[in-house]
Design a protein around this ligand. Structure first.
Ligand code: ADP
Ligand code: MG
Length: 627
């Protein structure tokens, strides 16, 4: 048997579903209804400018009010209004067609924002908080009759003659038992602040008192009086809607303060403004970084036509720019579809690369315009730049001209400046450039001083991103490798032909090695004899660069794998040319010989902070006895 048919949908079921699925974010009902009211006022303005409406526009405004006793919230506007026919068409029908789609797709819907936008159920979000909704409206059209619509959340509605005398719409929600929290001045103000603060038409919410000059009293002192004025909750002209040319630094700084009242002034900002191939405006600020990056993330607010949508902009803003603050406004971002779709969406990709490009251009401009000021900000912006270079190929290509390398002497260089600087001293015998860095100048001071003595420059690479950044530069820069300053003794950091002659004979060298092996007596420390400069330390402890990096990587990946399971292995480099070594060699008392070797070894550990705990105490006691 075969039969084809249409599955029927019972529309009576739609309201319980809406209520259930939207429940987590019920507060957005106000955003939806206020946006509709704003749309209505914008539409009448447009009709008027097109000459299709010749009546008075009046002061266009939206008003939100509530009545605690009657348990109602009312949203009114003097927009274009609706006729009874239009109510039937826009209010009654849209929900039903939207509902069909809703039922078809609700299985994928994960959160309230997604559902509302996707199905155009804005108006119906009122039923999340109301048992009954009433519309009083009067259309702008000539001869229109006021209409009244009411619905109790079932599929039954009633249209009757209305009572409105002026053009516009008034929506009254009879708040249900579970939603009485919304019948509060503070709660409503909070929601309006969150979603409606930058809407383009004044929104009145009650009144507020202000003080005003009131002449002078008998003694000639100024008098004041308090007056009640409309409480307008929004700034109808936020700076991102204006042209950059019309704005001063002060305007940007004030706006920043308005968004983040407790933050320090930002370092600089970027005004975004595109209308092709997508629409996007906004202002992004580079904040002064604090240590706690997590707290500073998710500070960008996303708007769609000045309505606040979310501060989760993860897929729209490249990951490395998540530390920026500010606003992005785009009607083109598909706010309401699932995450995976958003990532694949081509306009989101374009927006992403547009923002990346704008940020790169701004940095390039700052660098060119005032190198000194740029360097002063480098500690704050360096992290963004390096992170960006590591994570976005396109950003790397732009940033390679303005990224700075800082050395231990607080000097800054561009990549090409640095290459020129170190090429003469730091090229090894195979023509490979070796960049030497420290991640902890205090701990590695002895190594830094030795390397400086050889005429090497030491880069400071101590930010969390530097390991990755070094890896990136090694891939990108030609014939260049990085070595941490303690990866080897200074003489060996850069392999050159000019190895020093051994002072010791081979026999003596073997003997010294034996003495140290015995004195140290730890399998993790491998003794090697080298002929270094007599001025160098007698003993140096190093960890091979490759080995260290592999272990660091294994540690980041959870410490597993081959390198992760290897014990820390150190090289103990004994400087055969140092006079202490000849002394040890010539010492006849074996105990003294061993004590001297142990002491020289411990000193090497100590200078690198590798000597701790009981071993440190033992070293101190032993040293005291030697004095
Ligand atoms: P959307 O806003 O996405 O179109 P809504 O469910 O929020 O969906 O609103 C449905 C329609 O009802 C609107 O498109 C508009 O035509 C009409 N409408 C809603 N509120 C008002 C209002 N305050 N004044 C005039 N028309 C309105
Ligand atoms: Mg709407």
């Amino acid at each position: 048997m075969q039969e084809k048919g249409t599955i029927s949908i019972h529309t009576e079921n739609i309201f319980p579903i809406i209520k259930k699925f939207l429940y987590s974010d019920t507060e957005i009902f106000l955003r939806e209804l206020v946006s509709n009211a704003i749309d209505a006022t914008q539409k009448i303005k447009r009709l008027s400018s097109l000459g299709q409406y010749n009546g008075e526009l009046g002061d266009l405004r939206v008003e939100v009010s509530f009545d605690e006793k009657a348990k109602t919230i009312t949203i009114s506007d003097n927009g274009l209004g609706m006729t009874a026919e239009e109510i039937k068409k826009y209010i009654n029908q849209i929900a039903f067609s939207g509902a069909t789609e809703f039922v078809e797709k609700f299985k994928e819907a994960k959160d309230a924002n997604e559902i509302i936008g996707r199905f155009g159920l804005g108006f119906y979000s009122a039923f999340m908080v109301a048992d009954r909704v009433e519309i009083e409206t009067l259309s702008y059209q000539e001869g229109a009759e006021p209409a009244h619509w009411t619905c109790d959340g079932s599929t039954e509605f009633e249209i009757s003659e209305g009572s409105l005398a002026e053009r516009g719409t008034e929506i009254t929600l009879h708040i249900n038992k579970d939603s009485e929290e919304f019948l509060s001045q503070q709660r409503l103000q909070e929601i309006l602040d969150k979603y409606c603060k930058f809407l383009p038409v004044p929104i009145k919410f009650g009144t507020k008192t202000e003080t005003e000059d009131d002449g002078e009293d008998e003694e000639g002192k100024p008098k004041y009086k308090t007056i009640e004025v409309d409480n307008i909750i929004n700034d109808t002209n936020p700076i991102w809607t204006k042209a950059p040319a019309d704005l001063k630094d002060e305007d940007y700084l004030n706006f920043y303060k308005q968004l983040y009242p407790f933050s320090e002034d930002p370092l600089f900002w970027i005004h975004l403004n595109v209308d092709y191939p997508f629409n996007l405006t906004g202002v992004l600020y580079f904040p002064k970084l604090k240590n706690d990056f997590e707290i500073q993330r998710n500070k960008i607010k996303l708007f769609s036509r000045q309505v606040f949508i979310t501060d989760e902009v993860k897929d729209i803003v490249p990951e490395f720019l998540m530390l920026l603050h500010g606003v992005i406004d785009s009607p083109d971002i598909p706010l309401n579809v699932s995450r995976s779709f958003l990532q694949a969406d081509s306009s989101v990709k374009k927006i992403n690369s547009y923002i990346t490009k704008k940020v790169a251009d701004k940095l390039a401009e700052l660098f060119k315009a005032d190198r000194k000021a740029y360097e002063e900000k480098w500690t704050d912006i360096g992290l963004f730049v390096k992170y960006g270079m590591v994570s976005e190929e396109k950003f790397y290509d732009k940033a390679k001209d303005f990224v700075l390398l800082s050395n231990t002497k607080n000097e800054n260089f561009t990549l090409s400046e640095y290459k020129d600087k170190v090429t003469p001293e730091q090229t090894d015998k195979d023509g490979q450039l070796v960049y030497i860095y420290t991640n902890d100048p205090a701990k590695q001071d002895a190594f830094i001083q030795s390397a400086n003595k050889k005429g090497y420059d030491i880069l400071l690479m101590n930010s969390p991103i530097d390991n990755h950044f070094i890896g990136q530069l090694e891939q990108k820069l030609e014939k260049t490798s990085f070595k941490r300053v303690d990866a080897d003794v200074a003489d060996k950091l850069i392999k050159k032909e000019d190895a020093l002659e051994h002072v010791l004979t081979e026999e003596q060298a073997t003997k010294v090695k034996g003495i140290f092996d015995k004195a140290i007596n730890k399998p993790a420390y491998k003794v090697e004899l080298e002929s270094l400069n007599p001025d160098e330390l007698p003993v140096t402890v190093t960890m091979d660069e490759f080995m260290r990096r592999m272990k660091e990587m294994a540690a980041m990946g959870g410490g597993m794998g081959f390198y992760g399971s290897m014990p820390d292995n150190y090289k103990v480099i004994v400087n055969g040319n140092h006079k202490l070594i000849s002394r040890i060699l010539n010492e006849e008392n074996e105990e003294v010989q061993s004590a001297l070797s142990k002491q020289a070894f411990d000193l090497a550990l100590l200078s690198q902070g590798l000597l701790t705990g009981a071993e440190l105490t033992e070293f101190v006691n032993r040293s005291v006895n030697l004095i």
